[in-house]
Design a protein around this ligand. Structure first.
Ligand SMILES: [Zn+2]
Length: 435
């Protein structure tokens, strides 16, 4: 270092960035040397050369074995006792378990970094961040493997909690009453590798699917409305859960999240979503007693589709038609709206079909479209929170061009990402360390 400084002084030019990076690298080297020293474990004393094996027999100390481990200060070498069971031939490194480096060549500190960068952006981007921010060289594959392994572990913990929830074994969450608690859900397609869509029908008839639907749920609270009476979401109150899974599995997941967020002590409960059938099935099953609201903007979209079918390429008449019918919708006059739709005469069978389907849609969801009533209670009537969530939680990370996921990989990253966005990753990691 002194040489560098003297040299720079002579030339009269100090390149601070070059120097700070060189210093960091030197600190890493010194730190790695010290760590390596610390990680040379001695041969066990003669009375410590037998360990219980999971097969019920005993593993016997064989020798000291070494492996490289990448730590926050770079590559170090660890040497520790190796035990082998003569009965079942299972080997073990008790020190690795203690240090949390079992079956991995990355230290806990480095794995935490890999998980954080891996959930945030494409894995190769994560690799570059590790290099720039931490001065650590890892492969793109290593970021992927570690982030997915940690995500899978988070998902496994959640499954365990869900299992307990299903057995009604949930601890009562003590806390202040929640004035209004919202549960929103939606689905969004995630591009997957071919084997994950074998035998599945795509959106276009006759074509195979190349996406799978990730279901995303959001839970948030509301305590206030603005001067005009419009609902205001409590800032930072939204938490998300998600996975590519069946509606049945997802229902349990979302129920657990709502429970943890105070469902049982909410004074008013609301479920908001678009018209998808699975959403309302789940709402009936898991959230009985909640006010059900169909997103107003989705409902309007349904009307727009009709307007375009009835008056193709005729914007003036589309708008005129909308004015009248949207007014009925916005004012919750669902009976009038369905009657109006059913009384429209057409000799185009396709349009007639569409009219019937949409009239049924509005009829079926009429109770969920009592917008004036919901507005009087200062409730949200749009599911913007979950739609934004689909973009920020799922889309921005999993739907970038060129990405194709396995279900396992996608679900691990969704679990990790939700954990991070819900500000629970630190807790998870600390709990893991304590375990
Ligand atoms: Zn054994």
């Amino acid at each position: 270092m002194r040489v560098i400084f003297q040299d720079r002084r002579k030339t009269g030019h100090l390149d601070l960035e070059a120097i700070e990076m060189a210093v960091r690298s030197a600190m890493h080297h010194a730190g790695a040397a010290a760590l390596t020293e610390l990680l040379q474990f001695p041969t066990p004393a003669s009375e410590q050369r037998r360990l219980p094996c999971s097969c019920g027999q005993h593993a016997i100390y064989r020798e000291l074995r070494s492996k490289p481990v990448l730590t926050a200060v770079g590559k170090v070498g660890i040497s520790r006792p190796y035990y082998l069971c003569p009965h079942c031939h299972a080997g073990q490194f008790p020190i690795d378990v203690e240090l949390d480096i079992e079956d991995t060549e990355f230290s806990p500190g480095v794995r935490r970094m890999q998980a954080v960068v891996g959930q945030e952006a494409p894995f190769d981007h994560g690799r570059q961040q590790m290099k720039l921010l931490a001065g650590l060289e890892v492969t793109t594959k290593a970021v992927e493997r570690t982030a997915e392994a940690i995500g899978a572990d988070i998902a496994a913990h959640e499954q365990e909690e869900i299992r307990r929830a299903v057995q009604l074994d949930l601890p009562i969450v003590i806390g202040e009453p929640v004035p209004i608690l919202y549960v929103e859900m939606d689905g969004t397609g995630v591009p997957v590798v071919k084997k994950e869509t074998v035998g599945r029908q795509g959106k276009i008839a006759g074509q195979s699917a190349h996406t799978r639907e990730a279901k995303l749920g959001g839970v948030f609270t509301q305590t206030k409305c603005d001067a005009a009476g419009y609902a205001i979401r409590d800032s930072d109150s939204t938490t998300y859960v998600g996975a590519i899974e069946t509606a049945e599995e997802f229902g349990k997941r979302l129920y657990l999240e709502a429970w943890n967020r105070g469902w049982s002590r909410a004074k008013k409960k609301v479920v908001l979503g678009d018209g998808a059938e699975w959403i309302w099935n789940l709402a009936d099953q898991h959230f009985p007693g909640a006010i059900q609201i169909v997103d107003l903007y989705h409902a309007r979209q349904h009307l727009w589709e009709l307007a375009r079918k009835l008056h193709p390429n005729d914007e003036t008449n589309q708008k005129r038609w909308m004015e009248f019918h949207q007014d009925l919708l916005d004012h919750g006059k669902m009976k009038k709206l369905t009657v109006a739709l059913r009384s429209i005469d057409t000799n185009n069978p396709e349009v007639a079909d569409k009219l019937r389907i949409e009239a049924d849609y509005f009829h079926r969801n009429a109770l969920r479209m009592r917008y004036p009533k919901f507005r009087r209670q200062h409730l949200f009537v749009g599911s913007g929170v979950i739609e934004a969530g689909c973009k920020t939680v799922i889309g921005s990370r999993l739907k970038q061009s060129g990405m194709f996921w396995t279900l396992r990989g996608a679900n691990a990253i969704i679990a990790l990402r939700c954990c991070q966005i819900n500000a629970r990753f630190e807790d998870y990691w600390e709990a893991r360390r304590a375990a």
